[in-house]
Design a protein around this ligand. Structure first.
Ligand SMILES: [Zn+2]
Length: 71
């Protein structure tokens, strides 16, 4: 199924981008990143198109952000 427009806008989005209205959070966990800081990993599923997402929030990692969850 193709992604809905709201999900398309998350492709490559960084961690400051909020979840869109149709996303439902399914899981959240904290993790210890390399070194002393912690990050937060959240899983979402889209109620409109069924796309699965992971949002990695790690203020020490400029590349953290939205990624499709294909696992
Ligand atoms: Zn969607």
């Amino acid at each position: 199924m193709p992604k809905c427009k709201a999900c398309e806008s998350l492709v490559g989005a960084d961690q400051s981008t909020p979840a869109h209205a149709a996303l439902k959070q399914t899981a959240q966990r904290e993790y210890k990143s390399i070194g002393w800081h912690t990050g937060s990993l959240r899983n979402y599923v889209c109620g409109d198109c069924g796309a699965k997402w992971m949002l990695d929030i790690d203020k020490q990692d400029a590349h953290a952000g939205w990624a499709e969850d294909n696992a």
